[in-house]
Design a protein around this ligand. Structure first.
Ligand code: EPU
Length: 428
């Protein structure tokens, strides 16, 4: 079992380059199935979620050719299957995007229910409601979600909750449906806009992405495209918080500062200094963090995927902060791990009351999910002594080259496995 070993107390300094956005990549890669020609996708992050999606594409019959470490060429034409099995879908939330993409391609999809991080109940009722409105019949059969249609016809769909996944899935299914589809109460995240831009670059007709109303006029065919994915908002935000938490000075390169506004606003309230440039932001901190209340909300609100990381910063702030989770039912499972390091946090339903302490102490902890894992890494960076973070396969799903990037910034972090510990004991 691999783990991170961090000797805390180092100040992060220098610059770090952000990779492509995970949550855009995992939507754009399945979207290639809607095309009649090969596509080249660039600026892909080197993370296990991307590997899993590429594996799923290959299992469907598509040809995937690696061009370099962040670009692939995908030829969807040989993909004859419409089935994504349990083995392939497991651990991946975004496997659900194969439902919309395969339905849009073949009028038929059979996909195992999605996995991904455990935040309590993760329903897909709004995805199904959208597919049914377009004319599909959706059943759960032998543990698989099975969707089929004679034809897909444009419809008006109002989402009962703002859902990134349902918005993306309906866009995928509706791109080649007959007539006009309108999604109301749509999610507005940067990756929704990126998917719309990619589909439009293949000849789709999608308007309004990035607002609450998306209009999709169905087209008969999509052609190939060469497309570069936007930078990852959450990877950028994670390094911004790490810079502030360690009292460092870091320039985060290859970002879209507009996507970082809510994170910049909260870091500024906490006392960090943030300078914005065209494609980079500099974050530095020369004082003790100040208390701050944070509530997560759909975009453009403060992202839920930054909630655990900012909580670590607030755990060593002056005063008491309240962090409220406004998207997921249960996203405080990491708090117990943080208390092992000396944090003072009380969770009451959807809120965490964080009383700032003078410092954290190194301890063995685990990554209970992807962003919780990132939070543990930040906690390890600021703690006194050594922190080991286990169950890091969660972190691999969303952070590329973590050791290399943090080491370049001056952190003392190593990736090891238990086997290495045994070797040390043997040589002792
Ligand atoms: N919801 C429903 N019904 C549905 C769909 C969602 O009730 O049919 C509810 C959920 O239970 C939740 C809320 O709506 O309370 C929002 O869920 P959403 O569908 O927006 O989330 P998702 O599409 O499953 C994506 C990201 C998550 C991120 C959320 C919210 C991907 C692959 N995942 O999940 O990212 O937390 O949007 O922004 O895009 C991460 O990257 O660490 C991560 C978990």
């Amino acid at each position: 079992m691999q783990k991170y070993v961090i000797n805390g107390g180092k100040t992060l300094k220098g610059s770090v380059r952000i990779g492509g956005a995970k949550n855009a990549a995992v939507a754009i890669l399945p979207a290639v199935l809607l095309s009649n020609e090969p596509c080249i996708i660039e600026n892909l992050p080197q993370i296990s979620d991307v590997t899993s999606i590429l594996h799923a594409l290959t299992s469907l019959g598509a040809t995937v050719k690696t061009i370099n470490k962040s670009s692939v060429q995908i030829d969807p034409r040989p993909a004859k299957s419409y089935v994504v099995s349990k083995d392939i879908a497991k651990g991946m939330r975004a496997s659900s995007y194969f439902l919309g993409a395969l339905l849009g391609r073949n009028n038929r999809a059979r996909v195992a229910p999605p996995g991904g991080c455990d935040f309590g109940v993760r329903p897909i009722d709004q995805h199904i409601k959208g597919f049914e409105a377009l004319g599909a019949k959706v059943i759960i059969d032998n543990g698989m979600v099975d969707a089929r249609a004679i034809s897909l016809d444009g419809a008006s769909i109002y989402l009962d909750v703002v859902s990134v996944g349902a918005t993306i899935n309906i866009m995928l299914a509706a791109t080649k449906a007959k007539g006009l589809t309108i999604i109301e109460n749509a999610a507005r995240e940067p990756h929704i806009v990126d998917l719309a831009n990619f589909l439009n670059s293949m000849g789709a007709n999608i308007m309004g992405a990035g607002t609450g109303v998306i209009k999709i006029r169905g087209v008969d065919e999509l052609h190939g495209s060469n497309y570069s994915i936007i930078p990852d908002q959450i990877e950028a935000g994670t390094y911004m918080v790490a810079a502030a938490a360690t009292g460092g000075d870091v320039t985060i390169e290859n970002v879209t500062p507009k996507h970082l506004e809510s994170i910049i606003a909260k870091l500024t309230e906490i006392g960090a200094k943030v300078e914005e440039f065209d494609e980079s932001v500099r974050v530095y901190m020369d004082s003790k963090p100040k208390k701050c209340n944070v509530k997560t909300m759909p975009h453009p609100g403060f992202p839920t995927d930054m909630q655990p990381q900012i909580a670590v910063l607030l755990s060593v702030a002056e005063g008491t902060s309240i962090v409220t989770e406004g998207v997921w039912d249960s996203r405080f499972r990491y708090v117990e791990q943080l208390t092992f390091m000396g944090a003072d946090i009380q969770v009451d339903g959807k809120s965490a009351v964080i009383t700032g302490v003078n410092g954290l102490k190194g301890a063995p902890v685990k990554a209970v999910d992807l962003r919780a894992g990132a939070a543990m890494i930040i906690a390890g960076l600021i703690a006194d002594g050594t922190t080991t973070v286990e169950e890091i396969d969660h972190i691999d799903r969303g952070y590329e080259c973590l050791t290399e990037k943090l080491t370049t910034l001056g952190a003392d972090i190593k990736r090891t496995d238990d086997f290495d510990d045994l070797k040390v004991l043997k040589n002792a």
